[in-house]
Design a protein around this ligand. Structure first.
Ligand code: PXP
Length: 240
């Protein structure tokens, strides 16, 4: 059976980070989303953080009104959930969020926080959203995600992207492959992301049953030199 083309989710948070540096109107993340889509992004991804350090509620509402899929990362926080439900994206990914972190640090502790997360997953699903959980690629996490009714798991690739030697990278890739196979066998869709760039993305895109990769920082950083359209198209080619 031929696997479907892998989806590319382009995270545009750092377009808004740049705008917020001056609290001005440029660069506009909504315009960036349109360029990214034209260049081959299947999903537009953003994270509505509690501190609103980059994406604002108004950005999210505009992004969700555009044609195409909008995927929102959010913490298990009632006010953020209310803002996301108001905007109505296509899908969401629950992530841990620690004040002061520079980016999401690791996956959710789905085993310890099973009951509270299960409630949130049910609520989001009831509102018609596809629900993903950001997880370290480990069997107990996959089992817990399945038991709490998640549609999708997004595996944290930061251990793979931080691996310094070939054997360490290989070991992390195998960990990802195993967890992906397990989640797929249980009927969940598998996404991955965090720290993926133009040098390390291809082996992850080749993992059997991987459905989508969510990539932000490296694309926005490359866009500074080559423009967003080229940065997204180059990543698209590596993922395909
Ligand atoms: N997936 C999740 C759940 C994230 O929190 C992030 C960072 O916002 C990404 C993917 C993208 O990571 P990066 O910006 O390193 O590509």
């Amino acid at each position: 059976m031929k696997e479907q083309r892998i989806k590319l989710g382009v995270n545009i948070d750092h377009i808004a980070t740049l705008r917020q540096a001056r609290r001005d109107i440029d660069p506009d993340p909504v315009a960036a989303a349109q360029v990214a889509r034209q260049a081959g992004a299947d999903l537009i991804v953003c994270h509505l953080r509690r501190d609103r350090r980059h994406i604002q509620d108004e950005d999210l509402q505009k992004l969700c009104r555009l044609k195409g899929e909008t995927h929102v990362e959010l913490s298990d926080d009632p006010k953020v959930i209310a803002a996301v439900l108001k905007a109505r994206p296509t899908s969401v990914c629950l992530v841990p969020e620690r004040p002061g972190e520079v980016s999401t640090e690791g996956g959710l502790d789905v085993v310890r926080n099973f009951k509270s997360l299960q409630k949130t997953v049910a609520r989001l699903k009831k509102s018609g959203l596809e629900v993903s959980l950001f997880l370290a690629p480990e069997a107990p996490n996959v089992r817990a995600a399945h038991n709490m009714g998640a549609d999708v798991v997004e595996f944290d690739t930061s251990d793979y992207t931080a691996a310094k030697t070939k054997p360490a990278q290989k070991a992390e890739l195998e960990r990802l492959e195993l967890a992906t196979y397990m989640a797929w066998e249980m009927g969940m869709t598998v996404h991955s992301g965090h720290g993926l760039d133009y040098h390390n993305v291809t082996p992850v895109a080749r993992v059997p049953h991987m459905s989508a990769l969510n990539i932000g920082y490296s694309i926005v950083a490359r866009a500074v030199f080559v423009g967003l359209k080229s940065a997204v198209s180059e990543m698209r080619r590596l993922v395909d």
